[in-house]
Design a protein around this ligand. Structure first.
Ligand SMILES: [Zn+2]
Length: 266
């Protein structure tokens, strides 16, 4: 959602969807005049009409926007993985829970600036081998819904930052293996899992296209690939949607988008 709004610091603007409240950030291409907000709709939301309420910090309601949530179709994929990984021990489960808590603590303290300026780009050139929302049956047992996308990448493929951000985590986790967790500001985070090598450290600022690490097969995987995750204020979203919406926001004033190039021969 884009709104006319100047001086957000003095006059914050919020979009409320149910229990969740999202802060508007300075628009990437018109930061002094407009504000924008990316609204995540959680996976599993029941289809139907929803209402977004735009409100100023004073509590004054500015606008109500109705939209319709439609049912998506998501595949079920059988995946074979070694039993020792499919059935973690109590100790491993405790470790995974501690690591999950660590991620939640980071999400609770996002950068307060919009750190990204460009449309998000693919971290590796590979095709999507497992999409967002796929239900995975590990060794015949339904275990989880895939809250990210898997991109085909042979071990050693360079993994690049899709946009500017700050490294908030760069270490080995039980499920994710070697993982980089990027903070892009205003509650937007992305993650890069199963890396064979980490090339960044916590606290480091990264530019779009900067090398984060090399892809691999660490953590809970059956083959090398890059797992790319994204979340907005704790709600996991499809990174491909992030690419689409950031491109839309950034592209609005791009002169090339107004120019139509047609081939002369047809
Ligand atoms: Zn994955």
């Amino acid at each position: 959602v884009v709104a006319e709004a100047a001086e957000l610091k003095a006059h914050p603007l919020w979009a409320r969807l149910g229990e969740r409240r999202h802060a508007f950030f300075p628009h990437p291409s018109k930061p002094t005049r407009q504000a924008a907000v990316l609204i995540p709709v959680p996976f599993g939301t029941a289809p139907g009409t929803r209402e977004l309420v735009i409100e100023a910090a004073s509590g004054a309601e500015a606008q109500r926007i109705s939209f319709v949530v439609v049912r998506g179709t998501y595949p079920t994929l059988p995946i074979r993985i070694p039993k020792r990984i499919a059935e973690p021990s109590a100790e491993e489960k405790a470790r995974a829970a501690r690591e999950r808590a660590e991620i939640l603590a980071i999400q609770a303290e996002p950068a307060s600036d919009r750190l990204w300026n460009n449309a998000f780009q693919d971290p590796v050139p590979g095709i999507v081998t497992c999409g967002f929302g796929a239900t995975r049956k590990f060794n015949g047992v339904t275990q989880s819904v895939h809250k990210g996308i898997d991109l085909r990448a042979a071990t050693g493929t360079p993994v690049h930052a899709p946009a500017a951000g700050t490294v908030r985590l760069a270490k080995e986790l039980f499920y994710g293996g070697n993982l980089v967790y990027l903070d892009h500001g205003f509650g937007l985070f992305t993650s890069y899992a199963h890396l064979s090598r980490l090339e960044v450290a916590v606290g480091q600022s990264v530019k779009p296209g900067q090398l984060l690490g090399l892809s691999g097969a660490t953590g809970r995987v059956n083959a090398p690939h890059l797992h790319w995750g994204a979340s907005i204020e704790g709600v996991e979203v499809d990174p491909r949607e992030l690419k689409r919406w950031t491109a839309l926001l950034v592209g609005e004033t791009r002169p090339s988008s107004r120019t139509t190039h047609r081939g002369a021969s047809h």
